[in-house]
Design a binder for this molecule. Sequence first.
Ligand SMILES: [Zn+2]
Length: 129
Amino acid sequence: MNKYHIKDASRFALLLSQREQEIRAELRALAHVPSSRDDFTGHEVLDFKDVAVEETLARLDHANSQRLEAELSQVMNAQRRIAEHHYGKCLDCGDPIDLQRLEALPAAPYCAGCQTTHERDKFTHHQVF
Ligand SMILES: [Zn+2]
């Protein structure tokens, strides 16, 4: 298994800042999507179909921006870990995270094993007492 080494810091810092820029651009684009209501200037009444489409789009935008904001905070946490020299270690078990995993997901906070446990916990949470 290849491990993250301090010599990789600048490479991962660059990957993370690129991802941060992408996420911020997507969030800006979502925030600035003109409401479809603008297309109806001059029309006082929207029919029900248009309202339904608009609500669906608004819900999708909301889900997208929540997902992007969650990813942005992971990216920023990872940037802080690079600065503090804790990057590349699983936040749960402290083991090094596989370098290939980090290259695919530079903001990954957990090793593959712990990530699986976290995802399972999320789904079984309500059955565990
Ligand atoms: Zn782990």
